[in-house]
Design a protein around this ligand. Structure first.
Ligand code: 5GP
Length: 114
């Protein structure tokens, strides 16, 4: 693996199988392997940014695009109420250092999260 290459890069390259629910030229969405809700989908940029704190001003279009994909996929999944999470850093629960948004829905979601 080259620098910045994570298992999500392998999913993008189809080297690891995933249940892909959406794809375009800049982004991919696939079901989480360890779902925390009936619907748990990860939305990732194809361009690898390790975490949100590493995003640059030139990434603003891409970040907006990812949020619009969240809404599109949620609609595709017939979710009206859902949560979007980005864990930034190991202390916040980030385990894969390729920026991703979690889309969680299909059950009541408590606040605050753990
Ligand atoms: P993080 O903890 O970094 O915010 O989220 C990483 C997510 O990736 C976790 O929810 C974990 O279950 C998911 N994950 C880890 N490995 C794989 C995999 O090989 N395939 C899929 N589909 N999800 C994975």
């Amino acid at each position: 693996m080259s620098e910045g290459d994570t298992l999500f890069s392998k999913i993008i390259r189809r080297e690891i199988p995933a249940d892909i629910v959406y794809e375009d030229d800049r982004a991919l969405a696939f079901r989480d392997i360890n779902p925390q809700a009936p619907t748990h989908i990860l939305i990732i940029p194809k361009h690898p940014i390790p975490k949100l704190a590493d995003a640059q001003p030139e990434d603003s279009d891409l970040l907006g695009h990812l949020l619009l994909i969240v809404a599109k996929v949620a609609q595709q999944e017939n979710l009206s109420d859902y949560r979007v999470v980005a864990n930034n850093g190991a202390g916040a629960g980030q385990s894969v250092f390729h920026l991703h948004l979690h889309l969680l829905g299909g059950r009541p979601l408590q606040w605050p999260p753990g």
